[in-house]
Design a protein. Structure first.
Length: 294
């Protein structure tokens, strides 16, 4: 095994923790405290935290994690193998029945675990619990994933990358596909899980905070989106063949939605005061010859 444990401060418990929180970290030492503290501040406290230092190279992260001292937290250092591999390694060491993934530069609201654990405990058909996401940093918005079953995931992703799921789900699909080092590993993971007839429940509250920076993975993956989607389809050919008609109709529906949104945007622009002023002066230039040279 190509790992060296550099910090292993575990809290002794009579029973294994219900939740294992897996936090991969590559050169995000400046944010790691925010991520860890957001878990330590949860109203639900039956958890362990496992940080996977995925071969960080900057001195700040290396020094911070070298003697990291937070309650219920241990750090495992690995060679740099990418996000999916780091998550898989952390989950292999997890003792919890439920797994919560969290990237080192993101965080959760205090109520998330309490609500999410309750949903998994009360409904055996639900394998994953997600929530609305509050984007912050260089871009502010709210993303509202719908959750659902396989039909809600073949044409688009409807679950946050950082979500709570049963460890048995991860086992059934052989974990995250480590070929997806450039992104969309979470979407492909949810497709495989819902393909096993598990449901994903979305809490309709923004309890997850996603930090947007120039180096955010979603920004990088969007640049090669076509390539990544093709890879998802190739990896899940049987599912896409089974639901081909649905996928095509769903894509057509999305195109129509985009076209309608564009029409509404153009209508708002044409009805705006600024456009009317521009239109007025344009007409004036046509009517008054001397203005054409201005």
């Amino acid at each position: 095994m190509n790992y060296i444990e550099i910090s292993s401060k575990l809290i002794k418990m009579k029973n294994p923790p219900k939740v294992s929180v897996i936090i991969p970290c590559f050169n995000h030492g400046e944010y790691i405290d925010e991520a860890v503290d957001s878990i330590l501040n949860q109203t639900y406290q039956d958890f362990e935290i496992i940080i996977i230092d995925d071969g960080s190279t900057d001195s700040l992260t290396i020094e911070k994690l070298k003697n990291y001292n937070k309650p219920k937290t241990k750090v495992i250092r690995t060679e740099n193998n990418g996000l999916p591999a780091a998550r898989n390694k952390g989950i292999r060491y997890a003792k919890g029945q439920y797994i919560l993934t969290l990237d080192a530069d993101d965080k959760f609201a205090p109520a998330f675990l309490n609500k999410a654990v309750g949903i998994l405990a009360s409904n055996p058909k639900i394998g994953v619990v997600t929530c609305y996401a509050q984007l912050f940093g260089s871009h502010n918005a709210i993303w509202r994933p719908k959750g659902g079953g396989i039909m809600e995931f073949l044409a688009e992703n409807n679950c946050c990358a950082s979500s709570l799921f049963r460890k048995v789900c991860w086992e059934q699909v052989n974990g995250y596909d480590q070929d997806f080092v450039d992104g969309y590993e979470d979407w492909e993971f949810w497709i495989k899980i819902t393909g096993k007839n598990w449901l994903i429940h979305a809490i309709k509250e923004p309890l997850f905070y996603y930090r947007v920076t120039s180096s955010s993975m979603y920004k990088q993956s969007e640049k090669i989106s076509d390539e990544l989607v093709k890879k998802i389809v190739q990896k899940n050919k049987k599912l896409y063949q089974r639901y081909l008609e649905y996928v095509i109709s769903e894509k057509e529906r999305k195109i129509r939605e985009i076209q309608e949104d564009m029409k509404k945007d153009m209508k708002r622009i044409f009805n705006s005061r600024g456009w009317k002023i521009i239109s007025f002066f344009h007409k004036l230039r046509i009517k008054v010859p001397i203005l054409k040279n201005l």
